[in-house]
Design a protein around this ligand. Structure first.
Ligand code: CAA
Length: 380
């Protein structure tokens, strides 16, 4: 179904048209094969980068496209209707560019055109094996060595693009315990002592490539500190606020794909002498799916507009991520139900979307963390 969108400019309409065209030409024919083999589509991302899709919300003077978040999230949504792993990769890459774009030194910012053009793929290394939700407790340590470089030791976990990324944002402890002891370092993939591990075997989103990154006295040049020492946790949180809008957009796109497929199936499939969608039980189910998706999209766009207006948006981003990903889980579950047995076999994409929706309730802050953020804002 074509979504009736109120976009802010004619340019935004052209961008959405371009995204749909790229999705049809570059993604649709590859998704099944790549997901079945669990292959990471690095070349596809390069193509999207050359088409300008990997730096959309960053200023033009930095090499980005200067698009508002309101538009960027709808581009992500459109990609996600065709291939969630690609939309998630674009979202994580965009998140990974944020520390340098907004906190980097002039020298670090010289990398931005290649980052935002997609020649350099990014990773955001915050989580660790013993702590994902409690990010302020991270233990990866960075100390200034006698040579003047940072020496980084520890293990990062669930790092999207690990092994494929060209640069890593390493959130490390450079001071005492708690959030104020954390700094952000920008490490090149070739950093001695930085070793991506074997990729995780995932339930869904199999073309995505998370893996651990082991840092064994990895040497990062002193001038690769991003922001001030001790500012790393605040940088990570600001990046994640924006990243959560990206995950919400992925969820809306995935849910829309599942609804469109289920509705089309319900129009074609006949039982008891009529299309199954004519039975009220299924018709109402489809109506609820459509309503939930519209509500999730509205919440997402409201949060994105707050960000575009320079207003606080953390709480609205948490609500959008929470609601949209819960909707994606519900809608993909119901899509399987509408298809019946056909929903449970891999001849149809519904079972893949169902598996993929689950991870969206977990990544970039579990939905329990989002509820915690929202509850704290209500209770003070
Ligand atoms: N923006 C700016 N600053 C923020 C902030 C935000 N959104 N949220 C918190 N801070 C600041 C606070 O103001 C506080 O600073 P002050 O003391 O100066 O006021 C400081 O950070 C500590 O804040 P909290 O006391 O709220 O910190 P907390 O330890 O209670 O944790 C949390 C808060 C929200 C639970 C946070 O730990 C969190 O978001 N956890 C989830 C982490 C997460 O999403 N991880 C997924 C990462 S994705 C990844 O690594 C893989 C990948 O490939 C992308």
């Amino acid at each position: 179904m074509t979504v009736d969108r109120l976009l802010p400019t004619p340019e935004a309409h052209d961008l959405l048209d371009l995204t749909r065209e790229l999705a049809t030409r570059e993604l649709a024919g590859k998704v099944d094969d790549f997901e079945a083999r669990g292959e990471f589509p690095r070349e596809v991302l390069r193509t999207l980068g050359r088409s300008g899709l990997l730096g959309l919300p960053y200023p033009e003077e930095a090499g980005g496209a200067g698009q508002p978040y309101e538009v960027y999230v709808q581009v992500l949504e459109t990609l996600a209707t065709t291939w969630l792993s690609i939309a998630e990769a674009v979202s994580v890459h965009t998140l990974s560019c944020l520390p340098v774009a907004y906190f980097g030194t002039p020298e670090q910012r010289k990398m931005l055109p290649d980052m935002l053009g997609g020649e350099l793929l990014g990773a955001f290394a915050l989580s660790e094996p013993q702590g994902g939700s409690d990010a302020a407790a991270l233990t990866t340590k960075a100390v200034l060595s006698s040579s003047g470089d940072w020496e980084v030791t520890g293990t990062k976990a669930w790092i999207t693009h690990s092994g494929f990324a060209d640069f890593y944002n390493l959130f490390c402890r450079t001071g005492g315990p708690g959030p104020k002891g954390i700094s952000c370092l920008l490490a090149d993939a070739g950093t001695p002592g930085l070793s991506p591990q074997q990729r995780e075997r995932l339930m869904g989103l199999r073309s995505s490539a998370p893996a651990q990154v082991v840092l064994d006295a990895a040497r990062v040049p002193r001038d690769r500190l991003v922001g001030a020492e001790g500012e790393g946790f605040a940088i990570a949180m600001k990046a994640l606020d924006a990243g959560r809008l990206g995950i919400a957009a992925c969820a809306v796109g995935l849910a829309q794909a599942a609804l469109d497929y289920a509705a089309s199936y319900a129009r074609e499939r006949e039982q008891f002498g009529q299309p199954i969608g004519r039975f009220q039980g299924l018709g109402f189910m489809l109506a609820d799916m459509g309503t939930q998706i519209s509500a999730a999209r509205a919440l997402l766009i409201t949060a994105a507009r707050l960000k575009d207006a320079g207003r606080p948006f953390s709480i609205e981003a948490a609500k959008a991520k929470l609601f949209a990903t819960d909707v994606a889980m519900k809608v993909t579950t119901d899509a399987v139900q509408v298809l019946g047995g056909a929903g449970f076999v891999s001849d149809h994409p519904a079972e893949r979307w169902f598996r993929e929706a689950k991870v969206l309730q977990i990544v970039e802050g579990t939905n329990q963390i989002q509820r915690m953020v929202i509850a704290r804002s209500l209770l003070g």
